[in-house]
Design a protein around this ligand. Sequence first.
Ligand code: C5P
Length: 254
Amino acid sequence: MLKIGAIMSSLEVIRKKIIVALDVPTEEEALKLVDRIKDQVGMFKVGLELFTRLGPSIVQKIRSQGASVFLDLKFYDIPNTVAAAVRQVVQLDVQMLTLHAAGGGEMIQAAKEAAEREAKKRGVSVPKILGVTVLTSFSDTQEKARPGILPGFRIDKMVHLMAKMAEKQGCDGVVSSLKEVAGIREVCEKGFLIVTPGIRLPGEPSDDQKRVATPREAIKEGVDYLVIGRTITRSPDPLQAVKKVLDQAGSISN
Ligand code: C5P
């Protein structure tokens, strides 16, 4: 009985770590998916495509279904402009947002301050601010093929450096590929959030992702959140796909 209880509670913990990337073209599809699986996952990620197409109303509609939102718009601009955008995001009562850590300390601090003030003013919780370090579309080989542009550029070193900088300036965490997680854990404090995309079930195609990991590998590595898109969104039965993810991730304790 005790063992079943322990497995159940670990499944609940894993469930909350799942962020479903709502990479679907229409409001109807997005809301249908939210309605179907919202009780089984932790959050929904609204990215550039959906937001550009549907605007803030899609976030409001997901929130009104009682689901949490990660607004992944990757802000990168002068501090004043980013702070103003963050105030707008806070008004939508989202739980997480992204900005490019490359925007620098002043920009991150401005974003953080704006988030805290606006949240207090509106009586909502302060969204977690995640820094994007180096886009995973960059690769060492690709940079080496263009010698002289970024001499000595090492992606892993850059990711760790930027994660540390983001933490110092007030980010709550970073988005990172699984490969960089251990290095980030070494340089950043305990509690600094790591959110990892590129997750696939064993045997699934990796599509355009250069490196993929299974839910179990990600959980084992200690990531805080797993961003999962097509594994769930392209499945004819998304609820069943979530269950498969939970089973695979949860089998860590078996
Ligand atoms: O369908 P899939 O699981 O590959 O989707 C992953 C999601 O995570 C997409 O929304 C993608 O834009 C996002 N993402 C990523 N790699 C990053 C940052 C975000 O795949 N480095």
